[in-house]
Design a protein around this ligand. Structure first.
Ligand SMILES: [Zn+2]
Length: 387
């Protein structure tokens, strides 16, 4: 059979040219249905799992339903782009690069997953329980799909999160966790000259929160705080009734988040004492992707195989988040961003290096072969039975 690159490119064109922003349920459904057919054709049992009307379904495909999973693949069908983007700049090939909305992050990589499995040596494939998840909402924090991911991760021995690799080919071993909040402050308006003492300034309270939150910053420990947006007030001579901010807190060590919630509690007490009403909306939340037992051995397979194939394999830490944050939170040795090489993700000039398609297929095939040869899928069964 062998890998048919032209067919891959034709199919990639089809799915890149479908608008599938996270808030476009029909679009992500169409991409999921396309991929579903690919898995069906290779004999996988598939299901489009509804996770609510706000987003499209989660595609779950497996060759061994209800069995413990040897290898869990995760990729998303959504993009950060709004409707109309696909017709504005459809899929194109220019020289040695592919362009189009979501081609790099990560339609090229999700499609690659289907091809990788289709082209695995038959005996190897039959010996493994494989499960693939394609979720529709990664770019909006996987709020709707996270339970499906965690449920499958709890049954999995290893996870490959197929997000794209960096421009230099590097992959990701650890990611920060995130708490992202939208906080609304409601004070009491008054004339700033005539009756300032009667006012309760929403902006003053917001400012106090930022200053206090910033005391948590510890870059060496991987903790950062960013008040990314603020709004508030109306005119200079009125004590402001309303203010609002969006706050982004990131951390590397799972226990550090306690300090964040303690601070939030302290600040809510402060607001109450100042007679300011508070409304907090969680707009993003993930635990960190951590270096769990077994992950180092997994990475060393990538490194060794890479050496044999003359492909540079390196792993970095990232401040960004992905669905790998969920798989390691339940202890699954995970590698992330092992997909296609390219760059400029989330922009209108994102691209994929054409020659990385074959390169990643070969690398990942060799890695899975080597994992099997080392009997890693047998040995790690212990972890599942105790969890
Ligand atoms: Zn992505």
């Amino acid at each position: 059979m062998g890998f048919d690159r032209n067919q891959y490119l034709r199919e990639l064109e089809t799915i890149v040219n479908i608008d599938s922003g996270s808030r476009n349920p029909a679009g992500t459904r169409e991409v999921a249905a396309f991929l579903e057919e690919k898995y069906r054709q290779q004999g996988f049992v598939t299901e489009l799992v509804s996770v609510g009307p706000e987003v499209g379904p989660v595609l779950v495909a497996t060759n061994a339903p209800d069995e413990p999973i040897d290898l869990l693949f995760i990729g998303h069908t959504d993009t950060v782009f709004l409707d109309g983007e696909a017709s504005r700049r459809p899929f194109t090939i220019e020289g040695e690069r592919l362009y189009g909305p979501g081609v790099y992050d990560m339609k090229g990589c999700s499609l690659l997953t289907a091809y990788l499995l289709e082209n695995l040596p038959t005996e190897l494939k039959q010996s493994l329980n494989i499960c693939v998840i394609h979720n529709p909402d990664e770019e909006i924090s996987s709020f709707y799909s996270r339970e499906v991911i965690i449920e499958k991760a709890k049954m999995a021995k290893f996870a490959f999160v197929m997000e794209p690799s960096s421009a230099d080919g590097s992959m990701i071993k650890e990611r920060k966790g995130i708490e992202k909040l939208k906080i609304h402050f409601k004070g009491r308006p008054s004339h700033a000259g005539d009756a300032p003492q009667e006012g309760r300034s929403a902006i003053n309270e917001l400012a106090h929160w930022i200053v206090r939150m910033n005391t948590l910053i510890d870059y060496a420990a991987g903790v950062s705080v960013n008040a990314g947006t603020i709004q508030g007030g109306s005119v200079p001579n009125v004590v402001p009734e309303h203010a609002q901010m969006e706050l982004d807190y990131r951390y590397s060590n799972p226990t550090d988040v306690t300090a964040f919630f303690d601070m939030l509690e302290e600040l809510q007490d402060h607001a109450a004492a100042m007679e300011i009403g508070i409304d907090i909306e969680v707009i993003g939340k993930r635990p960190p992707m951590i270096d769990v037992p077994g992950a180092k051995a997994l990475r060393s397979v990538f490194e060794n195989v890479g050496k044999q194939m003359d492909t540079v394999v390196s792993f970095k830490k990232s401040g960004g988040v992905s669905d790998a944050n969920f798989t390691t939170s339940v202890g699954v040795p995970t590698v992330c961003s092992i997909g296609l090489i390219g760059g400029a993700f989330h922009t209108d000039h994102e691209y994929v290096e054409l020659d990385s398609i074959q390169q990643r297929l070969d690398l990942l095939t060799a890695v899975i072969t080597e994992m099997s040869r080392r009997k890693m899928f047998c040995e790690s069964a212990d972890r599942l039975s105790i969890s």
